[in-house]
Design a protein around this ligand. Structure first.
Ligand SMILES: NC(=O)c1ccc[n+]([C@@H]2O[C@H](COP(=O)([O-])OP(=O)(O)OC[C@H]3O[C@@H](n4cnc5c(N)ncnc54)[C@H](OP(=O)(O)O)[C@@H]3O)[C@@H](O)[C@H]2O)c1
Length: 263
């Protein structure tokens, strides 16, 4: 993807991995559309990264709302902006035994992590198809590779994102559009405060920086990777997990997750 001309649309750009995407893409001279719910946080990110000669637009959208993604797409179309790169990054999780967690939060995860991502992907692919170019980064997780007891809904949403992304990778390739799944492991952001859970120190739980995750993503994008798993330990973990029967793996992971503490 070339710098400037169209825009990169980054969801969840107000902090964490999304803000790091905004920063790294701005450094490449990419025009940006940043979106999230937090207007003040978005504006802070914009002020930090904007450079002369480039555009950084902020659009507020709540992707938990039924009309959130459609409203965002309509606002972009109304301004005549072209999305060349979509970074579907906005997302949230929750930790705890499923039956004890508030249903409203579980459904919010499904709407933001899945429904809004599907809608934004569909909306942006239309223009990319017409132009015969474009790219989509779907922020999944290493949690998408196996069931994660005590983060059941979250890991299931990320399994969706991973499978959805891989299917689109193959569908869109002949059209000149690259779709990539980004699978970070635990990353030092506000994610765990929102999820109400904190990883116990251990194998595979070393916290990456959001900047390292984004550098791996952009490297993977340049190399036209279908899936990027961030970090050697996470790649080894994902490979090892494939060797185990899935119910046994779920029981092992349940034991690990029980050691994670509530925040
Ligand atoms: N941190 C990790 O360990 C980790 C690991 C693997 C994958 N991931 C994935 O990485 C992505 C980014 O997470 P993060 O770690 O950077 O977490 P974060 O710091 O909590 O950031 C989440 C972002 O999503 C936005 N968001 C949440 N709900 C939203 C809604 N209803 N409408 C619009 N935007 C919403 C937030 O903005 P507002 O609150 O301002 O709306 C924020 O910008 C997520 O998809 C997450 O699942 C994270």
């Amino acid at each position: 993807m070339s710098a400037a001309s169209g825009y990169a649309l980054v969801t969840g750009a107000s902090r964490g991995i999304g803000a790091a995407f905004a920063q790294a893409l701005a450094a490449e001279g990419q025009n940006l559309i940043l979106t999230a719910r937090g207007a003040a946080d978005l504006e802070r990110v914009r002020a930090r990264i904007v450079r002369p000669g480039m555009e950084v637009q902020c659009l507020i959208a709540d992707l938990d709302r039924g009309d959130g993604a459609a409203g965002l797409l309509a606002a972009i179309a109304a301004r005549g902006w072209t999305v060349e790169l979509l970074v579907n990054n906005a997302g949230l999780g929750s930790g705890g035994r499923f039956d004890t967690l508030p249903l409203a939060r579980e459904l919010e995860e499904v709407r933001v992590n899945i429904a809004a991502l599907v809608e934004l992907t569909h909306g942006c692919l239309a223009g990319m198809r017409e132009r015969g170019s474009g790219a989509v980064i779907q922020v999944a997780s290493v949690a998408g590779f196996q069931a994660l007891p005590f983060m059941a809904t979250y890991s299931a949403t990320k399994a969706f994102v991973l499978h959805f992304s891989l299917a689109l990778y193959a569908e869109m390739r002949p059209l000149g559009i690259h779709v990539m799944a980004l699978c970070p492991g635990t990353t030092e952001t506000g994610f765990f405060d929102v999820a109400g859970i904190r990883p116990a120190p251990g194998v595979g739980n070393a916290m990456a920086s959001p900047e390292a995750v984004v550098q791996a993503a952009l490297r993977g994008l340049r190399r036209r990777r279908a899936v990027v798993v961030c970090g050697g330990a996470n790649r080894a973990m994902v490979a090892a997990e494939r060797l185990l029967p899935r119910p046994a793996l779920a029981r092992i992971v349940a034991g690990v997750m029980k050691s994670w503490r509530s925040t």
